[in-house]
Design a protein around this ligand. Structure first.
Ligand code: GDP
Length: 360
């Protein structure tokens, strides 16, 4: 499964947020064969369509898609020097599919800031610098190797040029994710070299309660990290929300001028950043969202349920959720001519409710 690694300076609220995240593991334990490591938080992707499907089909259970977050503990300043914890820290980041940095924006005289003052911009810069330095080290070796290679084989020249272009971006103090494509770096090649800053970044700004409705602040912070996604939450409040009923949660959030919990925002953003989407299945047993990559075909999607479904794929019977919702039952959608039989080249669309026909 794809995972998002959580990083950040000490005392920014990582553990607090992570504790809120792991309260969801109770839910994830409902999944068959799911084993959950202690440093992994599994967050359900909120999806109101599942509630409606369960109503239409009389499903016993609802199983939303999930996003997994890994707590990457460890000091960060000096990590690129590769000593002890630093090495482990970088190895953990290497395994993650995206990087989520928690950034402190809350002011609290009782909570010490490692640099003595609260500055989201400089916190972000500190983490970027470590990752950029680690990448520059990786590149130093790669460039030397590729230079030699390209003198013998001219096919290696593009890889060498690409490594040099990546080096230039990093030397300017920018991450490859933020600036690589615009500078003409082939991101896939760069990622193949194990460069960490090619990974998508998400920034979680941990705010004071009274900053939660401060949209001007949110806009300023979001602009400072664009094109990466930004999420705004209060980690302590997220902890409290986890112990409340959905109705109480909503009331509490509305009191702070928010319509959705920070963790819901984070799940949605994580999904988007990883380039994922869902399709839906429904029946009396369960209504369920399945995770696929954007652009996957019907047989690839079927393979997420079972590899036999992919191998023996014949057809997918597809209705769109909106049609089903409007019609109120599968029989009514079919009577209205809105059910489609799709073949092996069909590209899955958001909101597809599917039944696969398989010959195995
Ligand atoms: P970590 O070192 O990044 O894991 O940070 P912790 O989650 O351990 O938080 C450090 C301290 O900040 C703890 O005392 C938390 O209670 C406090 N803290 C975390 N989030 C918030 C917040 O949103 N507002 C305030 N005022 N304090 C917070």
């Amino acid at each position: 499964a794809l995972t998002i690694g959580i990083v950040g300076l000490p005392n920014v609220g990582k553990s607090t947020m992570f504790n809120a995240l792991t309260k969801n593991n109770v839910l994830a334990a409902n999944y068959p064969f799911a084993t959950i490591e202690p440093n992994v938080g599994v967050v359900p992707l909120p999806d109101a369509r599942l509630t409606r499907l369960a109503e239409i089909f009389g499903s016993e259970k609802i199983l939303p898609a999930t996003v997994s977050f890994v707590d990457i503990a460890g000091i960060v300043k000096g990590a690129s020097e590769g000593e002890g914890l630093g090495n482990k820290f970088l190895a953990n980041i290497r395994e993650a599919d995206a990087i989520c940095q928690v950034v402190r924006a809350f002011e609290d005289g009782d909570v010490v800031h490692v640099d003595g003052r609260v500055s989201p911009e400089s916190d972000i810069e500190t983490i970027h610098t470590e990752l950029i330095l680690a990448d520059l080290q990786t590149l130093e070796k790669a460039v030397a190797r590729l230079e030699k290679e390209s003198r013998i084989k001219k096919e290696s020249k593009p890889a060498y040029d690409n490594a040099v272009a990546a080096q230039k971006v990093l030397e300017e103090g920018k991450t490859l994710y933020a600036a690589g494509s615009a500078a003409g770096v082939d991101m896939e090649l760069a990622s193949g070299l194990g460069l960490l800053t090619t990974k998508p970044f998400i920034y979680v700004f941990n705010l004071d309660e009274d900053q939660l409705a401060d949209t001007a602040l949110h806009e300023r912070l979001a602009a400072s990290v664009a094109p990466a996604d930004a999420v705004f939450l209060n980690a302590k409040l997220e902890m409290d929300l986890m112990d409340m009923s959905p109705e109480d949660q909503l009331e509490m959030l509305e009191g702070f001028g928010a319509s959705e919990s920070g963790l819901d925002q984070l799940a949605r953003t994580g999904f988007h950043t990883l380039g994922l989407q869902t399709y839906l299945t429904a029946g009396p047993k369960e209504s369920r969202a399945w995770t696929i990559r954007q652009g996957w075909t019907a047989p690839q999607a079927a393979g997420v349920i079972h590899t036999d479904f992919q191998k023996g794929f014949i057809k997918a019977e597809v209705v769109s959720f909106d049609d089903l919702d409007a019609a109120g039952s599968m029989a009514a959608v079919k009577a209205g001519g809105k059910a489609r039989l799709e073949g092996k080249d069909y590209v899955m669309q958001d909101g597809d409710v599917v039944e696969f026909r398989s010959g195995l």
